[in-house]
Every structure is written in structure tokens, then in C-alpha cells.
Ligand binder design. Structure first.
Ligand code: 5CA
Ligand code: ZN
Length: 409
């Protein structure tokens, strides 16, 4: 699949700091040392509805990760998937009596537009589940042949007991896992499974549903977790730096992915850091396509909201916090954007040297974007109150805000 166009990342004077970030698997901060090429996999959308603010907040967090790395003069290899075949997509297409392929293409196209408008850096490899099937099938065959997977009425399940580290990403107990499994695409109550938590790797063809050649597995379609494992291993390899997504992916998705990869390679976990963004709510409930309480990025753009203001609204919240979208959040962001634009539009201003270091320090410290915004606010307030004589300062500020946070002033 093609991704979206890259917005330019301006070069800044000096060099950024190494990223220290909270890792769900170890439960604490890790300082990543990725070497010259940092590798990151971020779970992409299931394209059955438009991009909402919750999605955008999660992608904003991982865009910041990349901008911090780029500022340390590293290259970044970024991979993202599109879950372009799965139950929720097929169910929505059936409900609305539309073709599931057309629905997925239409919503993926809209996602690309939203990401471009928000200045999110594009992945080098943007891979759909359907196009990944030829890589998924041999992995499932290997898992089955090694005894880590088993067949049940033609479907193939992964055996969580095959992984001695199972639980090492989420650290949840069995009861909590069972509840989440039922909520998030699993089938813990299906009779005949070895363990209720075992996730499906390959679903045998069902009447009226799309299916593909699965070699010795028979015709069918892939499970959700193996999709991301196959794409990550093919395009990044084992032991990449960050696997990212919202906190609703900790279990089962990232747990099962790490287990699949462990059973395939003997290594655990697949990523050096498991990084999770908090959930954005609307009217007191998690924003979700299934609940329908959504604020779409595309709808805000259609209403004339500047994408830079949307981006500032996301940046005003720490990525790990759960937070609520309100009209006030957007009003505050619009006002901040106006103040910053006025501040950088003058021919000179207060020195920006310490400001760039403050933004770098804030973001390197577990992506503390609110602290970075506060630092820019202070510079803009000084500019408004007293001005300054540094002719380069407004340019440096606008380049720093763009390079490190994707906000075009
Ligand atoms: N296709 C899978 C990942 S492989 C999926 O979860 N798709 S999704 O469309 O449901 O979500 C896309 C990303 O947005 C995921 O990282 C998910 O964790 C995140 N996300 C979904 N809802 C919210 C929300 N309300 N707040 C923050 N992030 C969210
Ligand atoms: Zn995923």
C-alpha cells in the first residue's frame, strides 16, 4: 500500500537527546539506544470508519518518538499496518450494505489525508493485512508444525502455553485476560480450545466471507495478532525498538504478538519497548467506532479548523494520560496557535537557544509534550511583553516547533 507524503522536517542547530520512555512490559522507563537506524512498528487502523481524535492522539505520540530520534541524527525505519480484513470491517460493510474492499479503501484514503494534514511522518512501509497474507501463512504453518498451534474444526489457534513468557507484556491475571479477550476480538467461550485465551491464527473460510489460499492451512483469512507479527518481522526483524499503539492494545494484541514471535524465534519480547498511549474519551466514554461517540479529524477540517490547532490540542495532553475531548480543548489550542503565530511573525525576539533545549529535554523525557508547549508559551509571552533583539529567534522557534512537534506556524 502507498503511505502519505512526508512533510519536511527542518534541521535544528545542535543535537537532541536520547529518548527515555515508559515501557509497559517492564513497567518503568527505559532509555533507548537504537543505534544509527531506529526501528518502530505502530499498529494502524481498522478502516471501517473515519479517523477520530483518539486515533490521532495515538499517532501523534509515535510521531513524537520519531521526531526525537530524527533530532539525534538517526534514521528511522517506521512500519505501520492497515487491518484491511477483520470482523469489525466485514460487519460494518454488511450492516451498511457496501463492498468491504471499497469501504476499507475509502477510509484508508481519508486516514492518509488526515495524517498528511496533521503533519504525521509517513511509514516507510505501509502494509495491509490482505497483502501480508503470503507472509502470514508460512508463519502459521511453522507454529502448527512446531506444536505451538493446533487445529479446531479447520481453524488454527495459537497455544498460549507454548510461550513461557506469556503475560510478560501486560502482567494481567487470568481473569482480567479472559474479560479483555472477550471484549477485544477473542473467543474465550468457544468449546474445544486448549486454553480459553488462545487466539486464532487462521480462520477457515466461512460462507459469504472473503478468503484466501492458505497453503496447507486451507482457504481462510488471518487472525489479527499474527498480522502485525508477520509485518513487523518481515520489515523490521526481531528486537526492534518500539511497538506502539493505544493502551487498548496491551492485551490481547501486543501480548499475543510477543508470544507468537517468541514461539517463532525463541526470543522475548519482540520489541525493546512496548509503548502505549492513553485513551481519549468523549462524553465520559472512550471514543470508539463501536460506540459511535466520535469526533472525526476530517469533520473538524471540513469545519475549517486549522490542522495545526488539532495537533496542538493533542500535544496539550501527556500521551500516557486518558483525557476527554471538549470544545474547550479545541478553543484553547486555537488561541495558543494564534499567540504563537503572532510571536514568530515579528522580525526579532528573545533568544531561543534555551527554548530549543527545553523542548528537546521535555520530549526526551517520556514525550512530555505539555512541558514542551509550556516552554514555547513562556517564550511567546516574553515576546509579547518585552520583545527582543535576536533576529534569528522567531525562525528558530518556528523551525523547532515544526521539527520536534509537527506544528507548522
Ligand atoms: N488495526 C488495529 C491495530 S493492529 C486497531 O486497533 N485499529 S483501530 O482502528 O481500532 O485503532 C487504531 C489505533 O488507535 C490503535 O493504536 C488504538 O489503540 C488507537 N485508538 C483507538 N481508539 C482510541 C482512543 N479512543 N483513544 C486513543 N487511541 C485510540
Ligand atoms: Zn497491530
Amino acid at each position: 500500500m502507498h503511505a502519505w507524503p512526508a512533510s519536511e522536517v527542518p534541521a535544528l542547530p545542535g543535537k537532541g537527546r536520547d529518548l527515555r520512555i515508559h515501557d509497559t512490559a517492564t513497567g518503568g522507563p527505559v532509555t533507548l539506544d537504537p543505534g544509527p537506524v531506529a526501528r518502530i512498528y505502530v499498529c494502524g487502523i481498522t478502516p471501517y470508519d473515519a479517523t477520530h481524535i483518539g486515533h490521532a492522539a495515538t499517532y501523534n505520540a509515535f510521531d513524537l518518538v520519531q521526531r526525537v530520534w530524527l533530532d539525534t541524527k538517526r534514521q528511522v525505519h517506521y512500519v505501520q499496518n492497515v487491518t484491511d480484513v477483520d470482523d469489525p470491517l466485514l460487519e460494518r460493510a454488511a450492516r451498511d450494505d457496501v463492498d468491504w474492499v471499497a469501504l476499507a479503501e475509502q477510509e484508508t484514503a481519508l486516514f492518509r489525508e488526515d495524517m498528511t494534514a496533521l503533519r504525521m511522518l509517513p511509514p516507510r512501509h505501509y502494509i495491509g493485512a490482505v497483502e501480508a497474507i503470503p507472509g502470514i501463512v508460512p508463519l502459521v504453518e511453522r507454529l502448527r508444525d512446531s506444536g505451538a498451534a493446533y487445529e479446531l474444526e479447520g481453524d488454527v489457534y495459537f497455544s498460549v502455553e507454548a510461550d513461557p513468557h506469556f503475560g510478560g507484556v501486560s502482567h494481567l491475571d487470568a481473569a482480567a485476560m479472559r474479560l479483555l479477550s472477550a471484549e477485544r476480538g477473542g473467543d474465550p467461550d468457544r468449546a474445544g480450545k486448549k486454553n480459553p485465551l488462545d487466539p486464532m491464527l487462521w480462520m477457515a473460510a466461512r460462507e459469504g466471507e472473503p478468503n484466501w489460499d492458505g497453503g496447507s492451512l486451507g482457504r481462510g483469512r488471518p487472525g489479527w495478532h499474527i498480522e502485525c507479527v508477520a509485518i513487523a518481522l518481515e520489515h523490521l526483524g526481531m528486537g526492534f525498538d518500539v511497538q506502539g499503539g493505544g493502551s487498548d492494545l496491551v492485551f490481547p494484541h501486543h501480548e499475543m504478538g510477543a508470544s507468537h514471535a517468541q514461539a517463532l524465534t525463541g526470543e522475548f519480547p519482540m520489541a525493546k519497548a512496548y509503548v502505549h498511549a492513553g485513551m481519549v474519551a468523549l462524553d465520559g466514554e472512550k471514543m470508539s467506532k463501536s460506540r459511535g461517540n466520535l469526533v472525526f479529524v476530517s469533520a473538524l477540517r471540513r469545519d475549517g479548523v486549522d490542522p495545526a490547532a488539532i495537533r496542538l490540542a493533542l500535544l496539550a495532553h501527556h500521551y500516557r494520560a486518558d483525557w476527554e475531548w471538549t470544545d474547550q480543548v479545541l478553543r484553547d489550542a486555537v488561541a495558543r496557535l494564534e499567540r504563537w503565530r503572532a510571536a514568530v511573525s515579528r522580525p526579532d525576539g528573545p533568544s531561543a537557544e534555551t527554548l530549543v533545549e527545553e523542548i528537546r529535554a521535555a520530549l526526551a523525557n517520556d514525550l512530555d509534550a505539555p512541558a514542551a508547549l509550556a516552554a514555547v508559551d513562556r517564550w511567546a509571552a516574553l515576546q509579547e511583553e518585552r520583545g527582543g533583539t535576536d533576529e534569528g529567534a522567531p525562525g528558530v522557534v518556528s523551525r523547532a516547533v515544526d521539527a520536534l512537534m509537527g506544528v507548522a506556524l
